[in-house]
Design a binder for this molecule. Structure first.
Ligand code: G16
Length: 543
């Protein structure tokens, strides 16, 4: 079986977004499209002699084809060994855990995360480095540049490897080890959480509904919650990963996980609801008749971290993405630990975690994680919550209300305007940028503006600068509106408008968030002219 060098023509559209290259399956399945990107990656990476690569994906349509392609190209690149999840499956946090546990030089994650799957859906690929986290911008920029120049593909003509049987085989002298996707991840969870306390909680009758959304979180949640922690069979629903996620949108928010929300608001609701997304790195936590915002979730975990074995020594610091609410900042201040504000994108937490500057981090987009891996981790967040419920004896709602009583409530919402023509979205953002100098000190739509800027971040560890990371308009009362364009969509542009207002008055904590944020909605409309420019009267999604 020789290694082949095949001619190819470069593609010009392989620029990775917030989290890797994401495109429609129809784009990825063009001849040489995936191959070109993988070749560009391998051309940028150093010599692979003696190195191990991890490969796995969320099981969506095209996953198996892509895994086989990557295995053949990895053999041509000269890797000594590839670890691949059984069936080609590994959740994103599990890829990170396996890289770290095995000393692999990196890993390839095949996922379009929370985006829909199936033949008409999305596919994606990203590279994670030796710390287990997404490659930093200097690597993704180099891969993009190389993708525009690739003229030769190096691959093997070996036949497909069986991905369903655990064990070892080889391609061109490269070992391919098919591993159980759950084992290493479960080992890590056992080290972090008090499994005995969680077992006792389930034994006492505690009821959880975990909706895996027909995605890759299912096998992990089943093995750990039902298999090991004694949750009754049926606790994990939609647990079998499907190539098209059952035709649903595997994005755990109250809009897409409406079935879970309905169960938690029904009579005889379980004590807690949870969901994870396509690649199991996002999470949503719901109490009985009580939806927890991701920003509040991060703040609650930070406030009580010392109650959990893995974080008994306390937190070095915390970090949140810029649009995430400031709830965790308030907790950090009371704990006397630093809180970092980074651009959107998990990769920005990597240096802070590696340098032990932070232990927990999270984002408004339903991502929460810690130093245990270098990805956000859906099931980890759910186990953290259950561990807290087990040792405090409190409900989900009680823990969030306690946060509000102590620190005030950060009333928060995100409004998404999806599939806007890209030129319109660019015009809208340019219009906002044009007003930055004149807005401060003025009153617009009844809102007194204190500052307006385009967020720029200087990494405190390596000094790298990331600019144009989102428009922030801050009001004199501490409220703020943030505008940015999504980096994960595959159809036109998505405008995200993030709205936050702090409410210290405990008698007003039950205010409806959308009502309470109306003045900020008017401000956003006035400065950005969203209706006029997009032709949309309403956001497509409000979370
Ligand atoms: C990815 C990143 C997240 C980030 C999100 C933002 O999430 O990993 O860190 O918060 O994108 O998405 P957008 O740019 O659309 O606002 P995921 O879960 O898609 O990998």
């Amino acid at each position: 079986m020789p290694i082949l060098t095949l001619p190819t023509t470069p593609f010009t559209d392989q620029k990775p977004g917030t989290s890797g290259l994401r495109k429609k399956v129809s784009v990825f399945s063009q001849k040489n499209y995936l191959e070109n990107f993988v070749q560009a990656l391998f051309d940028v990476l150093p010599d692979a002699t003696g190195l191990t690569l991890v490969v796995g994906g969320d099981g969506r349509f095209y996953n198996r084809v892509a895994v086989q392609t990557i295995l053949r190209m990895a053999a041509a690149k000269g890797y000594a060994r590839v670890l691949v999840g059984q069936g080609g499956i590994l959740s994103t946090p599990a890829v990170s855990a396996v890289i770290r546990a095995t000393g692999a030089s990196g890993g390839i994650v095949l996922s379009a995360s929370h985006n829909p799957g199936g033949p008409d859906g999305d596919f994606g690929i990203k590279y994670n480095i030796a710390n287990g986290g997404p490659a930093p911008e200097k690597v993704t920029d180099a891969v993009f540049a190389r993708s525009r120049e690739v003229r030769e593909l190096r691959t093997s003509d070996a036949a497909d490897i069986s991905l369903d049987v655990l064990g070892s085989s080889s391609i061109e002298g490269m070992e391919v080890l098919v591993i159980d996707p759950v084992v290493q991840y479960a080992d890590l969870m056992r080290k972090l959480f008090d499994f005995d306390a969680i077992r006792a909680l389930f034994a006492s009758g505690f009821r959880l509904r975990f909706d895996a959304m027909h995605a890759v979180g299912g096998p992990y949640a089943k093995a750990i919650l039902e298999g090991e922690l004694g949750a009754p069979a049926g606790t994990v629903v939609n647990a079998v990963p499907l190539e098209d996620f059952g035709g649903l949108h595997p994005d755990p928010n109250p809009v897409n996980a409406e079935d879970l929300i309905a169960h938690l608001f029904a009579d005889n609701a379980p004590d807690m609801g949870a969901a994870s997304d396509g690649d199991a790195d996002r999470n949503m936590v719901v109490g009985r008749r009580f939806v927890v915002s991701p920003s509040d979730s991060l703040a609650v975990l930070a406030a009580h971290a010392k109650l959990v074995p893995g974080y008994r020594a306390g937190l070095a610091g915390v970090a949140r993405s810029m649009p995430t609410s400031t709830a965790v900042d308030r907790v950090a201040a009371s704990l006397g630990i630093p809180c970092f504000e980074t651009p959107t994108g998990w990769k920005f937490f990597g240096n802070l975690l590696d340098a032990d500057r932070v232990t927990l981090c999270g984002e408004e987009s339903y991502g929460t994680g810690s130093s245990h891996v270098r990805e956000k981790d859906g099931l980890w967040a759910v186990l953290f919550w259950i561990n807290l419920l087990a040792v405090t004896g409190k409900s989900v709602e009680a823990l969030v209300r306690e946060l509000w009583t102590t620190h005030g409530r950060c009333v928060y919402s995100r409004h998404d305007y999806e599939a806007i023509p890209t030129d319109k979205a660019d015009t809208l953002m340019a219009g906002l940028r044009g007003q930055l100098a004149t807005l401060p000190g003025t009153t617009v739509a009844g809102c007194a503006i204190a500052f307006a800027d385009d967020f720029s971040y200087t990494d405190p560890v390596d000094g790298s600068v990331s600019s144009k990371q989102g428009i922030r308009i801050g009001l004199k009362d501490g409220s703020r509106v943030v505008f940015r364009l999504s980096g994960t969509g595959t159809e036109g542009a998505t405008l995200r408008v993030y709205l936050e207002r702090h409410e210290p008055d405990a008698t007003r904590h039950d205010l409806d968030a959308q009502l309470a944020l109306q003045p900020l909605v008017h401000l956003a409309e006035t400065v950005a002219q969203i209706r006029t420019l997009t032709g949309m009267d309403q956001p497509s999604v409000m979370t």
